[in-house]
Design a protein around this ligand. Sequence first.
Ligand code: SF4
Ligand code: FES
Length: 218
Amino acid sequence: MRVEVDGRGVEVEPGATILDAATAAGSYVPTLCFDERMAPFGACRVCMVGMEGADAPVAACTTLCREDMRVTTDEATARRIAAATVELVLSELPEPPAPHTELARVADFLEIGEPRWQGERRRPSHDRRHPYLALQHELCISCGRCVRACDEIQGAFALTATGRGFGSGITAGLDSGFTNSTCVSCGACADTCPTDAITEGSLLELASAYTEEPGGGV
Ligand code: SF4
Ligand code: FES
């Protein structure tokens, strides 16, 4: 079917989303909870776009294309929603996101600097019990990508989203840590995490940790 994105016509297959069409048309739509390796989740509301005939912006990652649909990726209200959402996320973090992270790239694209809201920030809380994976709870934005990667890519079902609002986060196993969960150390969670809340430790780090603390810390 034919759709138009930012004035450019593209052909897409039935079942394609607006995000697929935008990508085909060469238009960038910022995303946070989306990873093309997994089913769309529609949780973050960062991928909002304008759709001709719609009363309000729609989420590009979960809205299916229709014949002759017309989409504007930089529609003003859509951009305001996306920017406010990301600004709110940033306002809870203890520090700005590391420049190489997806969150930092999205914030840059939406031109968000220091968040206007200066409320309570998450406190550092780290779990280094896993031999290869490190969890920094305070950087988690509850996008759910790690949980879905664990379930959909690896089929390990080791991670669970817990808590609500400011207290939300990720836990492995029954909060017993990665090592006592069904984790198979595939690294899919770290690979998809847009904030570095889950990272893979380098072999060098592991070696020095082992040297400093033989038999412990993992
Ligand atoms: S740990 Fe990373 S991937 Fe998992 S929910 Fe938090 S921010 Fe998203
Ligand atoms: S990327 Fe579409 S709702 Fe998160």
